[in-house]
Design a protein around this ligand. Sequence first.
Ligand code: ADP
Ligand code: MG
Ligand code: MG
Length: 880
Amino acid sequence: TKWVYSFGAGHNEGRADMRNLLGGKGANLAEMASIGLPVPPGFTVTTEVCTYYYAHKHTYPEDLRGQVSEALARVEAAVGAKFGDTHKPLLVSVRSGARVSMPGMMDTVLNLGLNDATVDGLAAASGDARFAWDSYRRFIQMFGSVVLGVDHHRFEEIIEHVKLDKGATEDTELDATDWHRVVAGYKDMVEEVTGKPFPQDPHQQLWGAIGAVFGSWMNPRANTYRRLHDIPADWGTAVNVQAMVFGNMGNDCATGVCFTRDPSTGENVFYGEYLINAQGEDVVAGIRTPQPMAKERSKPGEKSMEEAMPGAYAELVQVRATLEKHYRDMQDIEFTVQQNKLYMLQTRNGKRTAAASLKIAVDMAREGLIDQTEAVKRVDPKALDQLLHPTLDPKAPRKSLAKGLPASPGAACGVVVFSADEAETRAAKGEAVILVRIETSPEDIHGMHAAKGILTTRGGMTSHAAVVARGMGRPCVAGAGSITVDYAQQVLSAGGQRVQAGETITLDGATGEVFRGAVAMIEPKLSGDFATLMEWADGVRKLKVRTNAETPLDAETARKFGAEGIGLCRTEHMFFDPARIGAVRQMIMAETETGRRAALSRLLPFQRQDFVDLFRIMAGLPVTIRLLDPPLHEFLPHSAEEIEEVAADLGADVAAMQRRVTELSEANPMLGHRGCRLGITFPEIYEMQARAIFEAAVAIGKETHKAPVPEIMIPLVMTKRELEILRALVDKVAQEVFAETGYHIEYLVGTMIELPRAALTADAIAESADFFSFGTNDLTQTVFGLSRDDAGKFLPYYTEKGILPKDPFVSIDVDGVGALVEIAAEKGRKVKADLKLGICGEHGGDPASIHFCGKAGLDYVSCSPYRVPIARLAAAQAAL
Ligand code: ADP
Ligand code: MG
Ligand code: MG
């Protein structure tokens, strides 16, 4: 087996696409060398050796030693120095390198090969004794702490002691003799701590370091990191051994770390830091202040590399262009300059913020480095979420108060209020408010709407507050358990701090952090690169993207974000408005059909106006309206106090209301008297809603001469018969309205598929349906037999332990729920080839679920307004 791959000096056995075998670092060193970049020669011991090492009781394959010596000999020949030679010693670095960069692995050991004899050789060969002894002490320090496990403080103490003795404050004041003393101190100390003298044999040093790299693969830090990032333990790490180049040989030497573009903004400017006369980790260690790369980025008092080392800088600018052209992506690079000569030590695709990722993708497509489809593929749809909301200015000062779950992204700042009504009143006066509740319920919707942000102390990522806030695009921190809320005292407290109602707090819905006072923010920009990328995405996607919206504001927001219609308008949300809830309750309280009809006729004008507004905003785009879905008790008060109050308002009898509340209460409302079951038993409700829809559509048709095509959706259908009955009802109302107004419009009647039985009998149901919309929230509940409202108690445990791979309410369960969607789609289309198919509910905005919808052949997805751009991009990626 080939265990060792050489790179550099014209002998490159690896390539960038061999990262599984060579690790990311080794593969890219070989790649850089093979495209002619100056890479110090070296070799990579493969990840397979690591696997072998763990499978064979920490031993190496028999032929490894031979292959290492051969590769080492090649390096010696290329550099013109010999490992362990006392006149011209070869020094190497030993570097770990897994497939993906992984903190927790062994730190790099530099200057390996130095000992009491070779240090003199290095001094003679370089003509610089200070440099040689400085390098030796660095080596003992690194090898001592990394390979031998000596506490790094022990080394620092010795340097401090020598400095103190000499009256020096900076390392740079120490000369060759001082470093000599430091080395002597180090060696004694290492021998005292480890019980053995510091290893003088370079080969023993080399194998010690290689063993330490493999050993570090299984250390607790690396194990934790792998667990958190789903990296399999059997990937193993590679080891890179590379000839040293020296950035610490004088003022014509330097070392640096940089990005080919600004990783936080994406700007096309050389970004990074370097240090003159320094080695390796000095740049990040913070001992000296690193300087900027580009002159245009240097502040007063700084000296950019462009100014200080124009020659090497110019060469690096060339390398930057070569690398971007070759890798067609922004690179994160490490380099060293030895006596004005540039050497490349690492390159990889650079990590970047969401904003930078967008800008870089669009810029690179414009520059011709990648094409537009590639740009569309490069941006993570989930990352767009960050760009659609205001975010906290990373430089702004802040005072932490508590931390909860990052339930809905974006930053919000406002005064604390503890009730939805208060939120509404203060917001109406133009105040920015943060609604703080222990948890929220449907009665709080108006306050959530009025608030800039929502904070709850209880509940998870799928709690009412979290779901509704995401839907509205309100930043939300949920389940901040360290906060206690005292509604009576109008105060919240956390970690010994008390915040009264009316005091200002700031939420970061992307991190779950809560701050006291106001933190400065950055507003999102939806134009420019964002708009460009969206346009490219629209060019490739096949799925349409609609929105879930009930209010004019949501509908407008969604259109601004590019929604192509409304996929779900939940009419019950229109009933909670204070001006209407009275009539709704009156309707529920009515003992007779006549009584109900009287109350419903009060609701009709409101409901009609709702649809007029929506049709006008959507200007001819499809609008799917779901008839009443929740059980009626949701509209009634529950506590004795509330019942008394509401009864007084309605002029109703308290006892009668109490009785009605009891009558309507259900053991399991999710599976109770709701959805089309209401329409079947109280047809007058659906009749009123259908009338409102048709009258509104006719009104808009007359006004604009372009009538909307409403899509009327019947929820929770379980049998073909239910849909037949309700379709007949809708058709009857349509005929009535057309006759009354003398105006005719087109419309569709369809159903939600959200019960397993409906999915399994979709062929029969399709006979009465013009469209299906998969209500995957309820379908997930009913397929899993899982109540979303109660799942918070155990679902996190399931996902944490891997019993379920992910939360099925967040990302569609392809194997179960998805299978039913596919069955229903197939059966439905067999009966009606042009049956329109869509999905509404939380999954419509989840990229993985959108991928599934694309594969399943749906026509559109529908999601909350703020997720529309995410869905557009995800739909494009699903089509590629
Ligand atoms: P990490 O993965 O932590 O970045 P590296 O293996 O890249 O560790 O090494 C860190 C630094 O050590 C490099 O950025 C470089 O400055 C220095 N270094 C590594 N190998 C060499 C070498 N052969 N010559 C000079 N410096 C080196
Ligand atoms: Mg590195
Ligand atoms: Mg439903």
